[in-house]
Ligand binder design. Structure first.
Ligand SMILES: C[S@@+](CC[C@H](N)C(=O)[O-])C[C@H]1O[C@@H](n2cnc3c(N)ncnc32)[C@H](O)[C@@H]1O
Length: 454
């Protein structure tokens, strides 16, 4: 791989004796990981059924290295949301933000959703996660990944940090800024990041990161935690951003992160200010652990204004509006979808309790999409199928992962089966993967067209 000359010179000056080890890490293969989605399956259960050769990632309880030959991204278990493919060092961020069920969490730069889905699995469907992405097409991918993982309590927005900060002043318990950066830790994984790199871009990224942090800081409650992370090595975008931020914002202090033994401390000597606590941030280097590299800082807001009361989003109270859905529920579900219902046109969603009004914001996903209320009938959504499991429904149809039938289903073909007429939750080895509707002996395929295997 041809690394930019300026990058090599800079890293040599920074790393001195370590530079040769750092450089030779670029001759090794990228490290690949998957994180088990504990909303759907426990780590032990997954290990029992896993068709892949797995090796534990030491710093994350649900993380495993896999071998390239296994291609877990092209397996029915992936479509069932049993795991998320995520770069191993990026998994450290979810561990450090460490959200609890019931909290309000913002993931400000969230697409494609690696960290959002990690946060969600730790929150066990309780509380609120606002996952925001500024680019519309990436926000759509984020939403699809949230759906695939069967998550209920995530709202996906497509906003600028500035607009969000007007809505959510002093609101969240925890905020993640996984900042857009120069991506020096992506060179092995994505050579494009290498060709786009320049010293000038590093400085531009730093300015943007400070702007994003400023917006994030105003959305955090007093006592709340703000985690900042990047997948780049430049001190400008890491220690220097944090150092300048805490110097300007004296109501924030740097928290000590209890790091895995292969992680390094942040470098105070790489900042101009020499701010106290920079050594409590962490650096993950590709020549020291099996991962592409990351920088992570955890900040605590120790002073500021109290949270204000806000306008709560109006939810549906008139049961007549829900008539078609309630009939579907009675006929095909065993358990109720708890939560508050709202309608976006014909689309019915369940939103987290006490969600603030979303007026004037670009919303990609206001909560769990339950389905579409059409004239005198209700059609359940794919997101609902991925959220439910066989205990929640009257009819389900299970398919073996190695069978031709699962390939046929994922390709969108109808299946021949026997049973009662109606909606079936289709499963792979007991894990929901989509809907089918049985009429006669034909199970009509409702796997979404855009997701079908070709
Ligand atoms: C490092 S990526 C996020 C990765 C994601 N957290 C994950 O774990 O899957 C940074 C994201 O920030 C977004 N972004 C770019 N410019 C931004 C800005 N000015 N404000 C907020 N987000 C921005 C990018 O589109 C990108 O999706």
């Amino acid at each position: 791989m041809e690394l930019p000359k300026d990058f090599k010179e800079k890293m040599q000056n920074l790393l001195n004796d370590e530079y040769d080890d750092f450089l030779s890490s670029y001759n090794e293969n990228k490290k690949q990981g998957l994180r088990v989605n504990t909303l759907k399956i426990s780590v032990d259960q997954f290990k029992n059924i896993s068709p892949f050769e797995l090796e534990k990632i030491p710093w994350v309880s649900e993380g495993f290295f896999y071998k390239e030959k296994d291609k877990p991204g092209k397996h029915p278990y992936h479509e069932a949301g049993l795991y998320y493919i995520q770069e191993p060092s990026a998994m450290a961020v979810g561990e450090i933000i460490s959200p609890n069920p019931g909290e309000k969490v913002l993931d400000l730069c969230a697409a494609p959703g690696g960290k959002t889905t990690h946060i969600a699995s730790k929150m066990n469907q309780e509380g609120l996660i606002v996952a925001n992405e500024i680019h519309p097409s990436r926000a759509k991918i984020l939403s699809q990944n949230v759906e695939r993982m069967g998550i209920k309590n995530v709202i996906v927005t497509n906003e600028t940090p500035e607009n969000l900060s007007k809505k959510f002043e002093n609101y969240f318990d925890k905020i993640l800024v996984d900042a857009p950066c120069s991506g020096e830790g992506m060179f092995r994984k994505n050579p494009e990041a290498c060709s786009e790199w320049s010293l000038k871009n590093v400085c531009l990224c730093k300015e943007r990161q400070l702007d994003i942090l400023k917006c994030a800081s105003s959305m955090l409650k007093v006592g709340g935690r703000l985690v900042y992370s990047t997948c780049t090595f430049s001190p400008e975008e890491n220690e220097q951003v944090i150092s300048e931020f805490v110097k300007e914002n004296t109501n924030f202090e740097i928290e000590k992160i209890s790091a895995y033994h292969g992680f390094d401390k942040g470098r105070k000597d790489w900042t101009k200010e020499g701010v106290e606590g920079i050594e409590n941030t962490i650096r993950i280097w590709p020549h020291k652990i099996a991962g592409e590299g990351h920088y992570i800082a955890s900040l605590r807001k120790i002073d500021g204004e109290d949270s204000k009361t806000r306008k709560i989003l109006k939810t549906i109270t008139d049961k007549k509006v829900l008539k078609d859905y309630l009939e579907f529920e009675k006929e095909f579900l065993v358990s109720r979808i708890d939560g508050n219902y709202i309608l976006f046109g014909e689309e019915l969603y369940s939103i987290p309790k006490d969600m603030v009004s979303l007026d004037g914001m670009k919303i990609v996903r206001p909560g769990l999409h339950i389905g579409t209320i059409k004239k005198n009938r209700f059609e359940p959504s794919h997101a609902l199928a991925l959220y439910l499991n066989k205990l929640d429904v009257k009819y389900s149809y299970n398919i073996d992962k190695d069978s031709q039938q699962i390939i046929d289903y994922l390709k969108g073909h109808a299946l021949k089966i026997n049973g009662q007429k109606g909606w079936y939750l289709v499963e792979v080895d007991g894990y929901s993967i989509g809907w089918g509707k049985l009429s006669g002996d034909t199970l009509k395929n409702h796997y979404p067209k855009g997701l079908r295997w070709i």
